[in-house]
Write a protein that binds this ligand. Structure first.
Ligand code: ZN
Ligand code: ZN
Length: 332
């Protein structure tokens, strides 16, 4: 099959993904082989490709927002049949046995593996996943539009959950890429007012179109104090600005897997029981709850589609804030 291999991490400007022939994957016990229709391009893919995350497999095929159809099933597969439309997320597998898994926090599993990072992912014609970690995809969305739900959607949803935001609350988004453009629809559904702080004028416009009550620059001060804020951009210098925008007792959630250094904080910014916390991965329950809600709202996504062989170009566009909504690779 054709796939995009990362041999060694490098800046995306050097086009490090190699579009080439790779061996066809074969499903083993409990696994499904998925014929990839579309794979979303996530900021985490950038961190993998550029080496901000330490390499876990080399070479590796990136990509963890897969939508496709089951092509083959391995032994002992019972949830899915050949031809079923499915989605493969970032969380590839958890042990089920560590203290976190046993406490319902499999997102923190000591032995978790991740799609497109620890195992090969969806920048390819076919990919494998354990069926217990695969989702049925709601019928209402075409493949390309469904792909960004698998990470941008699920992680944005978990970020909303842990922010503690309540109906009628005021919520800040820092950065307005794929995750924010989905999360704002959930927030609006919950009757939450969203304030968007983002550097790119096109992203500010998109935020207003999707119902943000206000949009301004990344470090701009929103016109009201916020109950909570979610930082989607991987820039540590946003943290003091976000804390400063909070009401007493508010929470700042860091939604990314990687962030540049956070500058020293005046304790005054954190005092009055403000909370600063990260989000790591997601549980399968988050994914099930989110996809159910997505169909109920129903959530829409705006995507910019690139052919698989142009994955490097998609990553460069993402890095340069040149994507409106989400970048998605077209495979079949
Ligand atoms: Zn575990
Ligand atoms: Zn992701």
């Amino acid at each position: 099959m054709k796939g995009c291999l990362l041999h060694s991490p490098a800046k995306v400007e050097s086009n490090p993904l190699d579009f080439t022939d790779v061996p066809d994957p074969v499903p083993t016990g409990g696994e499904v082989l998925v014929r990839v229709a579309n794979c979303g391009v996530c900021r985490t893919d950038l961190h993998v490709v550029e080496g901000e995350l330490p390499s876990r497999k080399s070479p590796v095929i990136p990509g963890h927002q897969v939508v496709g159809r089951v092509e083959k099933v391995g032994p002992n597969v019972s949830r899915f049949r050949i031809g079923d439309r499915v989605g493969i997320p970032w969380l590839h597998h958890t042990c089920g046995d560590c203290e976190y898994c046993r406490a319902g926090q499999e997102n923190l599993c000591d032995h978790a593996t991740f799609t497109g990072y620890v195992v090969d992912g969806g920048y390819a014609e076919f990919t494998l996943a354990p069926e217990r970690f695969v989702y049925p995809i709601p019928e209402y969305l075409p493949d390309a539009q469904a792909a960004p739900l698998l990470c941008a959607g699920i992680i944005g949803f978990r970020s909303l959950r842990v922010s503690g935001i309540e109906p009628g609350g005021k919520l800040g988004f820092y950065g307005f890429g794929a995750a924010a453009s989905v999360a704002i629809q959930v927030a609006r559904h919950w009757e939450v007012d969203v304030y968007a702080m983002t550097r790119d004028a096109r992203h500010q416009r998109l935020a207003r179109e999707l119902g943000a009550v206000w949009a301004g620059g990344t470090l701009a001060e929103p016109p009201v104090k916020l109950n909570a804020a979610i930082i989607f951009a991987p820039a540590g210098e946003i943290v003091p600005a976000a804390l400063k925008a909070l009401k007493k007792g508010g929470t700042v959630v860091l939604a990314g897997i990687h962030m540049s250094v956070i500058p020293p904080l005046d304790y005054d910014l954190l005092y009055y029981e403000r909370v600063l916390r990260s989000v790591a991965n997601n549980t399968r329950q988050d994914g099930d709850d989110f996809l159910r809600l997505a169909a109920e709202i129903p959530l829409r996504t705006e995507v910019e589609v690139f052919p698989l062989r142009e994955a490097n170009r998609a990553l460069n566009a993402l890095k340069n804030d040149a994507i409106r909504g989400a970048a998605v690779l077209q495979i079949h």
